[in-house]
Structure formats: C-alpha cells, structure tokens
Design a protein around this ligand. Structure first.
Ligand SMILES: *Cc1c(COP(=O)(O)O)cnc(C)c1O
Length: 222
C-alpha cells in the first residue's frame, strides 16, 4: 500500500474514484514537506487530527494553504475549540451536545460540522451510537452558529476490506434516516467514511467522502 511517490499515490487514488466523491487526505504525523508534496499533486482537502499539526502544515504551505479545505478529523477537546475554528473549515468529529455548544458559543459565524458516529460500537473509537444521532441532531439544530453538513464514521479495521461492508451498509441507513429529519441548521449532504484499506467498498456502499492516509503516504512510523 502506498508504494509509489506521494504524488503518484494521490494521483492514482484520485483517478480511481468517481469525481463526485471527495478525497480527504488524512495527514496525521506527516511532515509539512510531505503535505506540500500531496498538495502539489492536486490535493485540496486535508484532514488533521490535531489542531497544532494543522497549524504547522498551514504555515508551511503559506499562500497555498488558502486553496485547501481543512478538516478536523481527530477528537476535539473543548479547550481547543477556539483555535480549531481558526484553522479548520469543517469539524467532522462532533459527538456530543457539550462539544456542539462549545463550538456554537465560540464561533463568530456559521461553523460547518459533521456528526461522528461510532457505527460498530467500538470502545476505542469516539462518536455517538447510531440511535443517538437523531437526538443529537435535534439538539444541535437549536444552536444558531452550527451547520451540520454530514455524518462521519471510522469503520473497524480489517485486513480484508470486504468485512467492513456491513458497517458501511449500516452507516448508510443511519445517514438516509437522518436525512429525512427536517431540522433547521441540519442539511446532510456528506457521508464521510472509508479509510485506506476499505475506501473502495465504502464508495460502493454510498460514501461521497473518503479519508485516506496510509495508501497515499505509506505506513506511519512508530
Ligand atoms: C488516520 C485516519 C484516517 C486515515 O486512515 P488510513 O488508514 O491511514 O488511511 C481516516 N480518518 C481518521 C479519523 C483518521 O484518524
């Protein structure tokens, strides 16, 4: 996985998925040089797990950082919300009313967010249970600064991508049901799911945004 150069890997993956599927480059632990390389190859959405890494990457990119849409894909601590709102265009990881309220109270204008769902109920992962999506969306819809544009999930890891398929199917159902809610400030367009191993399966099951790191940059050190 990820056996060409960073630019080649990005180009091959981008060319291999439908145009209407957004590709978030998951850049955690990657150096500003590596991120510069993927941007030079055409990447326009960068996902970061930490506010500080995003700040470092953005300052290394200089002018070019402005053509990037920055996505927060890691767990966001409430005391980092202010900084996160400065760096990120979209926060994909809202998983509690408390965090939603913290974002609402600090946002100067509309804040674009996704709700994170723990579709497999894994202890190690954040996100709300599928059954909590509706109540959380209802609560968020009363917050004037939030704009919920999508749902996000991290599928369980399997060497064999096919085994992730039932979780993508389940998530697609959660997404379709949530889309039927008619709530102010909630317009669900994006289903963000599928990482390096299983993004192709995720797209087959309805993802219109995938988040890929390892298949572009190679294995993470450590
Ligand atoms: C690291 C990460 C990814 C990408 O994972 P890879 O297996 O490296 O492609 C996607 N989403 C989130 C939230 C991540 O933390």
């Amino acid at each position: 996985m990820g056996d060409g150069s960073i630019g080649e890997n990005y180009g091959r993956i981008r060319a291999g998925i439908p145009d209407e599927v957004a590709l978030v480059v998951a850049a955690k632990t990657r150096t500003p040089e590596e991120i510069t390389e993927v941007v030079a190859a055409g990447a326009r959405i960068i996902g970061e797990n930490y506010v500080q890494e995003a700040e470092a990457a953005a300052s290394a990119l200089g002018e070019a950082a402005r053509q990037i849409e920055w996505h927060m894909i890691g767990r966001l601590q409430r005391n980092k919300v202010n900084k996160a709102l400065r760096v990120f265009d979209v926060i994909e990881t809202v998983d509690s009313a408390r965090l939603a309220r913290a974002i609402d109270s600090r946002a100067a204008g509309p804040a674009r967010v996704y709700v994170e769902v723990n579709v497999a109920g894994e202890e190690s992962k954040s996100g709300v249970a599928p059954g909590e999506v509706k109540p959380l969306l209802e609560e968020i819809s009363g917050l004037p600064h939030l704009r919920v544009e999508g749902l996000m999930t991290m599928e369980p890891y399997f060497e064999e991508a096919e085994r992730a398929r039932p979780y993508f199917q389940r998530m697609k159902k959660v997404f379709d049901e949530a889309r039927e809610l008619d709530l102010p400030n909630v317009k669900l367009k994006v289903l963000s799911m599928g990482m390096s191993t299983a993004y192709r399966v995720a797209i087959e099951e309805g993802a219109n945004m995938v988040r890929v790191g390892t298949a572009i940059f190679g294995p993470r050190a450590g």
